[in-house]
Design a binder for this molecule. Structure first.
Ligand SMILES: NC(=O)c1ccc[n+]([C@@H]2O[C@H](COP(=O)([O-])OP(=O)(O)OC[C@H]3O[C@@H](n4cnc5c(N)ncnc54)[C@H](OP(=O)(O)O)[C@@H]3O)[C@@H](O)[C@H]2O)c1
Length: 266
């Protein structure tokens, strides 16, 4: 039986991916910062504690694997953040990078030697379509998702000769309730307040009407199944059409369509 690790498997996309992998016959180790409080665990998933912002927690999680052969790693855990660049507290940006980027990178580094020795492994980073289509007031989040994609798109050339595939799934708007948990940084007297409020309300509405986490899970499973992965898999928010438009249309047109869609100036 193959083993998969899914970070952030307590809710949303991670939970759906963990459940789908169990259905596919994997032994699935799912993570949560506090696995004893997971209210809706995915059936068949073995939950363990992991806080990706805490290096001791990452080390403890890796040590506790103690010889478990890990075939698949899904770097899913993440947080959403928004605010005008001028007002984002640097400590909040650092914390976001710790979770969305550095934690995932450190966990990946810990699992790579075993995968390389066995000449077999699959790593899927859950990015965001916002990394391909950046949006106002999401600069820190966009930057983390561009960073995690960058690690994968560059390292895929290093890892393929060792039988390891690494790729990124970019979800669009997904109805997981993530928007309710998004940290917001904007001052009550901010000169950006009106534009920020309107853009984020539009974003929240799109997420509330987004596709399901289970649909994203199907794309993640496709990435796991593909013998040779694509550099990016996108799902939700009319991804095939939107990526095609980006290939065919001038950048200025795409930017003004994005700006109009989110009520910000292009
Ligand atoms: N929803 C969307 O529209 C959307 C779109 C594009 C990309 N994404 C990405 O998809 C991924 C999953 O998002 P989701 O929508 O499913 O959100 P979610 O339901 O809020 O799930 C986030 C997961 O991350 C875990 N997590 C949070 N902080 C953590 C930390 N410090 N260390 C380890 N794990 C932590 C949470 O687990 P605990 O709270 O149990 O620790 C939870 O399982 C994220 O990377 C997100 O950026 C989502």
């Amino acid at each position: 039986m193959e083993t998969a690790i899914v970070t952030g498997a307590s809710s949303g996309i991670g939970r759906a991916v963990a459940a789908a992998l169990v259905d596919r016959g994997f032994r699935v180790i799912g993570t949560s910062r506090n696995s004893s409080t997971v209210t809706d665990p995915a059936p068949g998933v073995e939950y363990r504690d992991l806080d990706l912002t805490d290096r001791a927690s990452i080390q403890g999680f890796v040590n506790a694997l103690d010889g478990v052969v890990v075939d698949v790693l899904i770097n899913n855990a993440g947080e959403s953040q928004c605010g005008p660049l001028e007002e984002l507290p640097v400590d909040a940006i650092r914390r976001l990078f710790e979770l969305n980027v550095f934690g995932a990178v450190e966990l990946t580094q810990a699992l790579l030697p075993g995968m390389r020795q066995r000449r077999q492994g699959k790593i899927v980073n859950v990015g965001s379509m916002l990394a391909s289509f950046p949006l106002a007031y999401r600069s820190s989040y966009v930057a983390t998702k561009a960073a995690i994609k960058g690690f994968a798109t560059a390292a895929r050339y290093e890892l393929r000769p060792f039988g390891i595939e690494i790729t990124t799934v970019e979800p669009g708007s997904i109805a997981t309730g993530l928007s309710g948990r998004r940290t917001k940084y904007v001052g009550a007297q901010s000169p950006y307040l009106q534009s920020f409020t309107s853009a984020i309300a539009t974003l929240d509405a799109k997420e509330a009407n987004g596709i399901s986490a289970e649909q994203v899970a199907r794309t993640v499973i496709k990435a796991v199944d593909d013998k040779k992965t694509l550099p990016i898999y996108a799902v939700g928010s009319n991804a095939p059409l939107v990526f095609l438009a980006r290939r065919l249309l001038p950048r200025s047109v795409i930017e003004s369509v994005m700006a109009k869609a989110y009520n910000v100036s292009a």
